[in-house]
Write a protein that binds this ligand. Structure first.
Ligand code: G1P
Ligand code: ZN
Length: 541
């Protein structure tokens, strides 16, 4: 029943920030998925192992799952734990990998990128700790794809992935499990569900936009069924293969329906959204948007109010481009503080070693040591728990936070689908200019340092170079520029902008206005327009 299929290396199967992502037709091309999956198994080993499998339900998710199961069986896996319908949110997959003490898992997702026959698909491998494979492992997978000559696959009928229960596929056991139950149980151990039920029973109103993506069933079960939020609190709650045409990225641009409701008349108390695979979150109060960097800082300052974090935090880690707001909280609490490269995989060692409890990225990612991925619904529940204890509005909590710590005005400007050669030329010129920058005055601000961020992992000593250009100014202003590692079309340039206002005055400006000199400096120093022809960003968050 096992067939060995001759194949050839396919160029470009190099995992990026978060697994291998390509246009769906590319993934559906001859041997494309198979080559990459065989490379995964060749690197991590498959015989006798147990893996978790699930995805965000996007187009091709169901068929890819059948192929991956047949290949796992042909490569001698002992057992595959699959979310019903081949669906698992990324944090739920991370939890199942850990809970069942498995050898890792395969997640099918392109996260916040749109899905559909002409949109994006992705595959990523997570380690036995539940976290994304580190760079050394993904690099080995890539190397394997460059020499691959054959893959193994079982000839068999499709599995019934719609029914919970046990099946046999060749020599492999397939356990189809409820994608929500274990995750919801984990959330009950971390948060004060009775207090949250009382909050909703007391008339607290919330809107949760699941963006036709994977979080829908999780949010309906937890918010509406277990916590008693009004039916209909979760909108766009049914996951669809094309996300209903939505761009399932929870930011003010793409979650504009939610933003309009939260800024409008009669807005509910609290709004939230999550992305394609459920690991990102956006949080909005009535009439006030919470930037992800501020969200991380507020969560760090208040996490002890939730039962799962009542003993306090060991440390807080943020990605380098994330604002320094969380650092100020860590300093005040006297706990560990870490600055890592972009991408959740860099938090894994800190979490495993017990050195960081909370982690966050400016890209709408927040999480803790409960899993090894960022976790959208977790962040939303932690906010709810804090609101239930403090009995204040989101706006009041933010105002108090800024009064205590000062405010790190923050914004990210994305320039999408730039021709790769132009973007590369711009970054090369910028990198070459760095040694001459310190001491220069731009827009009235003095540059104090300029470098290309390199990171030495404090746990295993591994070093990652070229993780983004940083230009630092006196007074805490900062510009960071890097090219996206998750895009599938040309290059996406991300420009991260930050300015610190210590207060007590000047804490309530519009971020784009407060950042205006920093924005102008970023355009001047990068010579963005000269190299790319662009003047205005495609997405501002
Ligand atoms: C983006 C975000 C990054 C996040 C990743 C996966 O990566 O910037 O913070 O970890 O998606 O969700 P990028 O496209 O910038 O490489
Ligand atoms: Zn995601």
């Amino acid at each position: 029943m096992i067939t060995t299929v001759a194949t050839q290396p396919i160029a470009g199967q190099k995992p990026g920030t978060s697994g291998l992502r390509k246009k769906t037709p590319v993934f559906m091309g001859p041997h494309y998925l198979e080559n990459f999956v065989q490379a995964i198994f060749d690197v991590v080993g498959c015989a006798g192992k147990t893996f978790v499998l699930g995805g965000d339900g996007r187009y091709f998710n169901d068929r890819a799952a059948q192929v991956i199961c047949r290949m796992a069986a042909a490569n001698g896996a002992a057992r595959m734990i699959v979310g019903r319908g081949a669906i698992l949110s990324t944090p739920a997959a991370s939890h199942l990998i850990r809970l069942n003490k498995t050898d890792g898992g395969i997640i099918m997702s392109a996260s916040h990128n749109p899905g559909g026959p002409e949109e994006d698909f992705g595959v990523k491998f997570n380690m036995p700790n539940g976290g994304p494979a580190p760079e050394a492992v993904t690099e080995a997978m890539y190397q394997r794809t460059t020499t691959i000559t054959e893959y193994r696959i079982l000839e068999a009928q499709d599995l019934d992935l719609a029914t919970i229960g046990r099946q046999q596929l060749g020599g492999m056991i397939v356990d189809v499990v409820d994608p929500v139950a274990d995750y919801a149980a984990l959330m009950e151990t971390l948060f004060d569900f009775p207090a949250l039920r009382a909050l909703f029973a007391g008339g607290f109103r919330m809107r949760m936009d699941a963006m036709c993506a994977v979080t829908g069933p999780y949010a309906v079960e937890i918010l509406e069924r277990r916590l008693g939020a009004a039916p209909g609190t979760v909108t766009h709650a049914t996951p669809l293969p094309d996300f209903g045409g939505m761009h399932p990225d929870p930011n003010p641009t793409w979650a504009h329906e939610l933003m309009a409701e939260m800024m409008g008349e009669g807005a509910p108390d609290f709004g939230a959204a999550s992305d394609g695979d459920g690991d990102r979150n956006m949080v909005v109060g009535r009439g006030i948007y919470v930037s992800p960097s501020d969200s991380l800082a507020v969560l760090a300052a208040n996490a002890h109010l939730a039962p799962g974090y009542a003993r306090g935090l060991a440390g807080v880690a943020r990605s380098m481009p994330t604002s320094a707001a969380a650092d100020r909280v860590a300093n005040a609490l006297g706990i560990g503080r870490f600055e890592t490269p972009t991408g959740w995989k860099f938090f894994g060692n800190l979490l495993d070693a017990g050195r960081a409890t909370l982690c966050g990225e400016e890209s709408f990612g927040t999480g803790s040591d409960h899993v090894r991925e960022k976790d959208g619904l977790w962040a939303i529940l932690l906010w709810l728990n804090i609101l239930a204890v403090r009995k204040q509005s989101v706006a009041d909590i933010l105002t108090e936070h800024w009064a205590t710590y000062g405010r790190n005005y923050y914004s990210r400007h994305d320039f999408e689908a730039i021709a790769t050669d132009k973007a590369d030329a711009m970054m090369a010129a910028l990198r070459a200019s760095l040694p001459g920058l310190p001491g220069q005055v731009v827009e009235g601000m003095t540059i104090t340092a300029a470098d290309d961020f390199a990171y030495t992992d404090p746990v295993d000593g591994s070093v990652s170079h070229k993780q983004g250009v940083r230009i630092l100014f006196d007074g805490g202003s900062r510009i960071v520029l890097r090219l996206s590692g998750t895009g599938t079309e040309g290059a996406t340039l991300r420009v991260y902008l930050e300015r610190y206002a210590p207060g007590p005055d000047g804490l309530h400006h519009d971020p784009q206005e407060a950042l205006a000199p920093v924005i102008r400096a970023s355009l001047a120093l990068s010579r963005l327009t000269e190299f790319t022809g662009r003047t205005t960003p495609d997405v501002v968050t």
